[in-house]
Ligand binder design. Structure first.
Ligand SMILES: Nc1ncnc2c1ncn2[C@@H]1O[C@H](COP(=O)(O)OP(=O)(O)OP(=O)(O)O)[C@@H](O)[C@H]1O
Length: 247
């Protein structure tokens, strides 16, 4: 599958251990793509490699293309400037600053050609809850509100592709559905999204296409409805879902 964001043979090694191996994934224009897998499968390592980040001494090989241009040699901040934005697991907000201040600190990109620059009122339109909390400090926000703020900050950077690493982590099931459906609205407005999720049931409700990662390798992929019927997904993940209730 080719796309706005594309990896080819992407591998990541830590001191000889292969965490991600020969991964080819694509995020097409206007689509939401899910990347799912068990704990330790390599999901975070993979999106970090796409974003140009690494934890520890990672050796990254393979190619990454954004809108047809190779970006694998670019530093993380240069990839952000090109429009590849990652909201990492554990969020990316300033705890001591208010919602307004967190949003005001984001600098718009220098190169704005062909990209939609979200405004702060638009962020509040997508996440009305944030508007109600605009004078609250990051530290005083709930997990879901912090996640919305992290996504809001990412939107202000004018992403061409948005990557989200487990945005539902720590959220109650109702909040997960709410957050993911709001992110789906962004996709429907034209922003391609790569969503990393452990909660496969929630991911399947919003994504168009799903990749299954096991031990660093893509072992299955397909349209969401096809993958929902895949025996590996059903047996490993949908028998009981992440919130502990039967599927
Ligand atoms: N800095 C590091 N040094 C060495 N090994 C690492 C490092 N970071 C991750 N790994 C290893 O790489 C593998 C993939 O880890 P990763 O965090 O990418 O998995 P994940 O699918 O995101 O897991 P989770 O869902 O638990 O966050 C694991 O075996 C992990 O122990």
């Amino acid at each position: 599958m080719s796309g706005v964001l594309q990896s080819d043979g992407l591998s990541v090694r830590y001191a000889g251990n292969v965490a991600v191996s020969g991964v080819n994934i694509g995020v097409p224009a206007g689509r939401m793509v899910g990347l799912v897998g068990a704990n330790g499968a390599g999901k975070t390592t993979l999106v970090n490699a796409l974003a140009g980040w690494s934890r520890g001494r990672a050796v990254v090989t393979g190619s990454v293309q954004l809108e047809g241009r190779s970006i694998e040699k670019l530093a993380a901040h240069e990839r952000v400037a090109r429009g590849l934005t990652l909201v990492p697991e554990g969020k990316n907000i300033f705890a001591e600053l208010t919602v307004d201040e967190n949003l005001a600190l984001v600098r718009p990109p220098a190169d704005t050609t062909g990209r939609h620059l979200f405004t702060i009122p638009e962020v509040f339109e997508f996440f009305p809850r944030l508007a109600e909390r605009r004078s609250h400090k990051g530290a005083a926000l709930s997990g879901g509100e912090r996640q919305m703020l992290a996504v809001g900050r990412a939107l202000l950077a004018g992403p061409r592709v948005l990557m989200l690493d487990e945005p539902s982590a720590g959220l109650a099931p109702r909040l997960i559905t709410d957050l993911l459906s709001r992110i789906r609205l962004l996709v429907d407005r034209g922003l391609p999204v790569l969503l990393v999720e452990q909660n496969i049931k929630a991911a399947l409700k919003v994504v168009d296409h799903l990749y299954l990662l096991e031990r660093g390798k893509i072992v299955g992929e397909g349209p969401a409805d096809v993958m929902a019927a895949d025996h590996r997904i059903i047996e490993a993940y949908l028998g009981t879902i992440a919130d502990g209730t039967p599927a």
